[in-house]
Design a protein around this ligand. Structure first.
Ligand code: FMN
Length: 482
């Protein structure tokens, strides 16, 4: 008997044209040209396929106001349409999973079923659909809608997914007889016409192509609200929400698995791959320096001390909504004035370079105390060392998003393995703060450490998205048991 195979972690790459740190594209070594050409995305896909990643992730947040939103992330201001890009990447890669993002609010299930089934065929079973329900009501106005539909968009998504899963199964394997002798092209017993009459959709029809190679295309989802947890538990194979700590992550994963057990009546596999943003240097000090160079590229307000908002703004709903958002603080509230509102102490007097004293830090609220902890963890700057300037706090407060891991390749690998070993994650969706250097450092330096530890593949052993995750092709829901 051989030794049992060691549990393996999974890696996805979150492809954003300029990486995921807003300041990234401003570094002299970062590329800005040719980002809308296939070669650019194909280069990223080749790098991660050579490193044996599970998948290449094409996120897609439809913008409402491209100009305003680009101050938060250039990602929303420049991106190719994911299905079109994925169909080309299916030709430039051969093993790598391809994740396309589509928002049910903006599609009909029949159209999305056809697009995804076709792409699953063309990629030979490498597709996954990232279901999203986010972005602003402003974005809905691109689609003749006044808003996103509020909470009802989750009910719509639920019905949408149920319909699409039936459409994928609507032609059974073996239906295409193509019998030249008898002239029977299709076997009528294997063709299933939907008669769906629901709250949101009426679909009477059949998808005009063979069942996708994966049978049911795997679904990804991110979100932590009650509705999001239910949606993941009911329908999804993967989740990449990304809670901030190991403890939060274990609690989140356990909750969703319990919901799935209740809904399905038995355990179902759900893979949790939180997003993570590594900044990799030769030494910890080198990595911190890279991180601080990135932060120096974050655009502040025209007046970085007082900003330009009037007094009423700081008690308005608009400010409260900004504070609760998972997105980076937008430009317009990137001043010491807004930082002071958040930490509960007026920090304007000394300007951006003023050191924060222990007396001042002692008066910070909970948010301010957590921000100081985050700055210490990311950069080793502490108030006790006399090393925290007001500007450091502001720049660290701006970025939203996923946990940052700043250090050597070994530090990053250790962190991933810790999350993995403690059951907080089955893998990670890797963000690079900028291209190409940080992506190549991850694949060239971190991945070999994971491989040496035996927790990540050195060769692909399967060719499909389901295969990479050990997920079997499910039986067709319409097939008669014979
Ligand atoms: C990590 C993460 C990534 C997301 N990516 C997208 C995206 O690319 N496009 C989009 O429209 N919504 C995106 N969403 C929004 C979710 O699809 C969802 O609608 C909602 O905002 C989930 O948030 P919740 O935590 O309130 O449940 C994302 C949410 C999270 C947490």
């Amino acid at each position: 008997m051989g030794t049992p195979a060691k549990r393996q972690l999974h890696l996805g790459y979150m492809y954003w044209l300029n990486g995921t740190h807003w300041g990234g594209w401003r570094l002299p070594e970062a590329p800005t040209a040719n980002a809308f050409e296939l070669d650019y995305a194909a280069k990223a896909a080749k790098i991660v396929e050579d490193a044996k990643f599970d998948f290449f992730f094409l996120g897609d947040t439809l913008p409402g106001d491209v100009y305003q939103e680009h101050w938060g992330t250039t990602h929303n201001a420049g991106r190719l349409e994911p299905f079109t890009l994925a169909s080309q990447l299916a030709l430039t890669t051969s093993k790598l999973g391809l994740v396309v993002t589509a928002h049910p609010t903006y599609y009909e299930p029949y159209i999305l079923a056809r697009l995804t089934a076709s792409l699953d065929h063309l990629s030979k079973g490498r597709l996954s659909w990232n279901v999203v329900l986010g972005a602003s009501d402003l974005a809905a106005q691109n689609f003749s809608l006044s808003d996103l539909g509020g909470e009802r968009r989750y009910a719509r998504a639920d019905e949408f997914i149920r319909v699409i899963r039936q459409l994928w199964d609507s032609i059974e394997d073996g239906a295409y007889l193509q019998d030249k002798g008898t002239g029977h092209y299709l076997d009528p017993t294997k063709v299933h016409r939907l008669e769906h009459k629901g709250e949101f959709f009426q679909v009477a029809g059949t998808l005009p192509l063979a069942r996708p190679p994966q049978g049911q295309i795997p679904l990804l989802y991110a979100g932590a609200s009650e509705s999001s947890r239910e949606l993941t538990a009911r329908h999804c194979e993967l989740n990449f929400t990304g809670p901030a700590s190991i403890e939060d992550s274990i609690e989140f994963n356990t909750d969703i698995r319990a919901r799935a057990r209740r809904i399905h009546g038995h355990d179902v596999p759900i893979f949790f791959l939180p997003g993570i943003s590594p900044v990799i240097g030769d030494t910890r000090a080198d990595a911190v320096e890279i991180f601080e160079r990135l932060n120096a590229g974050l655009p502040l307000d025209e007046d970085p001390v007082d900003g330009d908002k009037d007094e009423q703004f700081w008690t308005s709903e608009a400010w409260s909504a900004i504070q609760q958002s998972r997105f980076p603080l937008p430009r317009g509230v990137r001043s010491l004035r807004s930082l002071s509102e958040r930490v509960g102490v007026d920090l304007r007097a000394g300007g951006l370079d003023a050191l924060v004293t222990t007396e001042t830090a002692a008066r910070f609220n909970d948010y301010g105390a957590k921000l100081l902890d985050a700055v210490a963890a990311r950069t080793d700057r502490t108030v006790a060392k006399g090393a925290v300037r007001a500007g450091d706090l502001l720049r660290n407060a701006i970025g939203g998003g996923f946990p940052q891991v700043i250090g050597t390749a070994q530090d990053v690998a250790d962190r991933l393995i810790e999350w993995f070993d403690r059951g907080a994650a089955e893998g990670f969706n890797i963000n690079s703060p900028y291209l190409w250097d940080q992506l190549e450092r991850f694949t060239g330096e971190v991945v070999p450490i994971l491989q040496d530890k035996g927790v990540f593949r050195t060769e692909y052993t399967t060719d499909t998205f389901r295969g990479h995750f050990g997920l079997p092709v499910p039986p067709n829901q319409f097939a008669r048991n014979s």
